[in-house]
Design a protein around this ligand. Structure first.
Ligand SMILES: [Zn+2]
Length: 849
């Protein structure tokens, strides 16, 4: 299939104005295909050639202005329309289209719990042509009027309000002008909860088998929805632009969610069947806030071409976290951003595949390259840059600029240049220069602190204290960006016998980096700890002075502010990745401080990095038993400390990580047999499958036990749990069957593919997986070419041999990058995975020294 290039899109946008799509979809024609009839009214501004995209199973007929055209002339996914005359036209396309099993196009899912079938579309970024014929590019906005025929008893949801006109026929209210990638339909016997807010219909929807779980959380979800809606109306002058707000939790969704106007789709893991932590609830709330921000930024005003995707995502990411903090009970969201998202940005920005937040348009020549930019740079780094921008401009001017942007470009398209011009119109500051330094460059600056005693010749700073003491701070910058940062100075507090040392904030002050070259002189003796970027308002790596770092190692959990601790845990994290901090020291620091950590997002973030990266990838084999023992001791300690039931979230995190790290089956088996962790929690499906997966990894269960568990939980997640367990069993037969399912069979849905891949590679199973390291590359390259970007992404992420940390594995991977058949989606994933592998190998090498 041809991917659309930017040049083609620009040419087509010069020729065409698209007025209206009138679409009829019939979803009652069988399990493999559905019928799709489209009439597109458009105007050619000048005479010329153009084309329409469609990927049918069968193209039954096509006509232009009533004249039939030859369906056989379809060329791949394009039908050429040569020699168009200037003036109005109508193109009609009648086709049968394939349902999808990969979450792209019209996804079809049958719930194993009750046999009910659900359909939904995911048309981003160029998958509309899998559902109906379209001039598919974001700057050809149009009205979309859709009629759907669905089985009786189903509900149909669309961008506009859907009306049932009888006998399974539904008419969806025509949209205002929106981009093709934002059209959405969801159809099935949904369980729905509807209400009204600010005169607008609101609805939340999920599969029937999840109904009790959605009901249990409906108030929470709708309260957050209302609170964000109201808050956005305080910030934005433009009212919500669409006629309704539905949020559908849909099965086997690839992303977290998608911002279709009036019909946001979410992965239905956000409808919790099992216990979750408050941090996970906060994440769901953040996604709700993020998608709603897109109604303005993305849907009302849309990028003209995909080089500006960061404008959509960075804005929604920043607004999501900020609005949640302002409008809901989740008042501490920036800690989670710091620990869960920023590392994603920092990692992406240090890889060979890094790119500017706002890439040069020439760097995004087509849709395939645009798809690669949905990464930690476009989301986390971009949001960090916007946060720094708000700190620098002030929120009032920032919002004034945003509102000017909405007013000028509503129901149309805009570029980075428009955005910057609109911001500049609201401030005296040089936003264009800021954009050049922050958005057009790559990489992370490193800010390094040195503290000392001021030289006698130092020009006088603030007066020294009564003792005549003062201290000096010098910050050096490796990089190119200007930063305004807060520096925190901390002293040891008194009375700290029973736990690691407590620190007290002495003061915070702001400095500009780079400054004028002179040290900052502060009164008093040198603090025990000096933290750069305290408050986390900039995006940079930091390195502390030696004395401060020693204080961190002894007193990290004694720092009063969670956001400060997040900055320091992130520093420890990238020091491990840079080979500046021994893996064992990171683990020892976690062992010392996590028992006293009160912020759940921090506990979760640190334990995940400790388990998944430090132990499983960065630790040399000789040190592995000690590293694993540290991790399980820590989890056991957390479990013991939470026996009184007062911290269920912390206990749940500890139980999950204990299960994942266990090296002996006995405790896990007794929990599974008794149906509970001693002292709670009782095992829910998530914990039962987690335990069984670990027992499978340890070779302490078998197919019969997996089948019994699946019979007890025959849900979609149960089916994924069973697939994960089977792939994790340490036998040659189990690995061969899993590999065949992943790479030969081609029938696994996106979610079952992921579950199987997650089970396959396990540290410690090298004797049964070793041969698959070299097989991975040719098999994945062929698979990606056959099954498309979503499966390619899943293969690159989950089926990659991440634990084979040795030079041979790295060399095999690097050679595979030269394969001419490598698709862009898989190539990008492999480049990133191999860079992580190279880093892990470097850390191990420096440890052996
Ligand atoms: Zn988004």
């Amino acid at each position: 299939m041809s991917v659309l290039t930017r040049d083609e899109a620009q040419t087509r946008a010069q020729i065409l104005d698209v007025e209206r799509y009138t679409i009829a979809l019939d979803l009652t024609t069988g399990e493999e295909t559905f019928d799709s009839a489209t009439a597109i009214r458009f105007t050619a501004r000048t005479a010329g050639d153009t084309f329409v995209e469609v990927q049918p199973a069968t193209l039954r007929s096509i006509s232009l202005d009533g004249q039939p055209l030859d369906p056989a002339l379809l060329d791949g996914n394009r039908y050429l329309l040569p020699g168009l005359t200037a003036g109005p036209h109508e193109l009609r396309v009648d086709a049968a289209m394939h349902y999808s099993r990969t979450g792209e196009g019209m996804h079809r899912f049958t719930d194993p719990t009750d046999g009910e079938t659900y359909l939904y579309t995911q048309l981003f970024m160029d998958d509309i042509q899998r559902v109906f014929a379209a001039f598919d590019q974001p700057d050809l906005k149009s009205v979309f009027a859709i009629d759907v025929t669905a089985p009786e008893g189903w509900t149909v949801l669309g961008n506009g309000v859907a009306e049932h006109t009888g006998q399974g026929r539904w008419t969806i209210a025509p949209t205002p002008l929106i981009s093709t990638y934002l059209v959405a339909i969801a159809a099935g016997p949904w369980h729905s909860i509807t209400t009204e807010h600010a005169g607008l219909p609101f609805g939340i929807h999920c599969r029937r088998s999840l109904a009790p779980y959605l009901d249990a959380d409906a108030d929470e979800i709708l309260d957050i929805t209302r609170a964000c809606y109201d808050r956005y109306h305080e910030k934005f002058d433009e009212p919500y632009p669409f006629d309704s707000y539905d949020q559908a939790f849909v099965p086997e969704f690839n992303a977290g969610a998608m911002e279709n106007p009036g019909l946001v789709t979410f992965r239905d893991e956000f409808v919790y069947r099992s216990a979750v932590t408050d941090t996970e609830r906060q994440t769901r709330a953040m996604v709700i806030a993020h998608e709603m921000a897109h109604m303005w930024f993305g849907d009302l005003v849309t990028l003209a071409w995909w080089d500006d995707i960061w404008l959509n995502e960075s804005f929604a990411e920043y607004m999501g976290y900020q609005t949640l903090t302002e409008a809901t009970r989740f008042t501490d969201t920036w800690v989670d951003f710091g620990v869960a998202r920023k590392g994603w940005g920092y990692d992406a920005d240090q890889r060979p595949s890094t790119h500017p937040v706002a890439p040069d348009p020439d760097a995004v020549p087509d849709t395939a390259s645009a798809l690669l930019n949905f990464d930690g740079i476009s989301y986390a780094k971009g949001a960090s840059a916007l946060r720094q921008l708000v700190a620098w401009l002030g929120e009032k001017d920032f919002l004034a600029g945003i509102n000017a942007h909405f007013a000028r470009h509503k129901f149309a398209n805009a570029t980075l240049a428009d955005f910057i011009d609109n911001l500049a119109s609201a401030t005296d500051r040089d936003v264009h220069a800021w954009a050049g330094q922050w958005l057009r460059t790559t990489g992370i600056d490193t800010l390094t602190a040195e503290t000392g005693t001021p030289a006698p010749t130092e020009p006088s700073g603030p007066p020294a204290n009564g003792n005549g003491q003062s201290w000096a701070l010098t910050v050096t910058r490796d990089g190119s960006r200007p930063h305004r940062i807060t520096v925190g100075a901390y002293d040891h507090a008194l009375g700290t016998q029973a736990r690691p040392g407590r620190l007290a904030l002495r003061d915070r002050f702001e400095i500009d980096v780079p400054g004028d070259g002179t040290p900052t002189i502060r009164p008093g003796r040198r603090p025990a700890l000096v933290v750069l970027n305290d408050g986390d308002l900039t995006y940079a790596k930091i390195r502390l002075d030696t004395a401060s770092w020693d204080t961190v190692l002894t007193s990290l959990s004694g720092i009063p502010d969670a956001l400060t601790r997040a900055v320091l845990w992130n520093t420890a994290r990238d020091m491990v990745r840079d080979g500046d901090l021994a893996p064992a020291t990171y683990l020892a620091t976690a062992r010392t401080h996590l028992p006293y950590e009160t912020d759940l997002a921090l506990v979760q973030g640190v334990l995940s990095f400790a388990a998944g990266q430090v132990v499983d990838r960065c630790t040399i084999p000789e040190d592995l038993p000690a590293a694993r023992a540290t991790l399980t001791d820590l989890c056991r300690d957390l479990i013991r400390r939470t026996e009184d039931g007062s911290q269920p979230g912390l206990r749940l995190i500890a139980v999950r990580h204990f299960i994942d790290a266990a090296t002996q089956p006995d405790t896990l088996r007794s929990w599974l047999d008794e149906g509970t962790v001693h002292g709670g929690p009782e095992l829910d499906p998530e914990l039962r499958w987690r335990i069984l997966t670990r027992l499978a990894v340890l070779g302490a269960t078998d197919e019969a036990a997996i089948a019994t568990e699946l019979a007890a939980d025959p849900s979609a997640t149960g089916r994924e749990g069973a697939a994960r367990c089977r792939a994790a069993l340490p036998t040659p037969e189990a690995k061969a069957a899993a590999w065949d399912a992943l790479f030969t069979d081609d029938t696994l849905s996106n979610y079952l593919f992921t579950a199987t891949a997650q089970g396959f590679w396990q540290p410690g199973q090298e004797d049964v997986t070793g041969d698959y390291v070299s097989r991975f590359y040719p098999d994945a390259i062929a698979l990606a070419a056959r099954r498309g970007p979503a499966i390619a992404e899943a293969a690159g992420r989950y089926a990659f041999p991440a634990y084979a940390v040795d030079p041979e594995s790295l060399g095999t991977g690097l050679r595979a990058l030269e394969d001419p058949d490598l698709t862009p989606a898989l190539r990008r994933k492999l480049v990133d995975q191999l860079d992580d592998l190279r880093r892990a190998l470097a850390v191990r090498t420096s440890a052996t020294g």
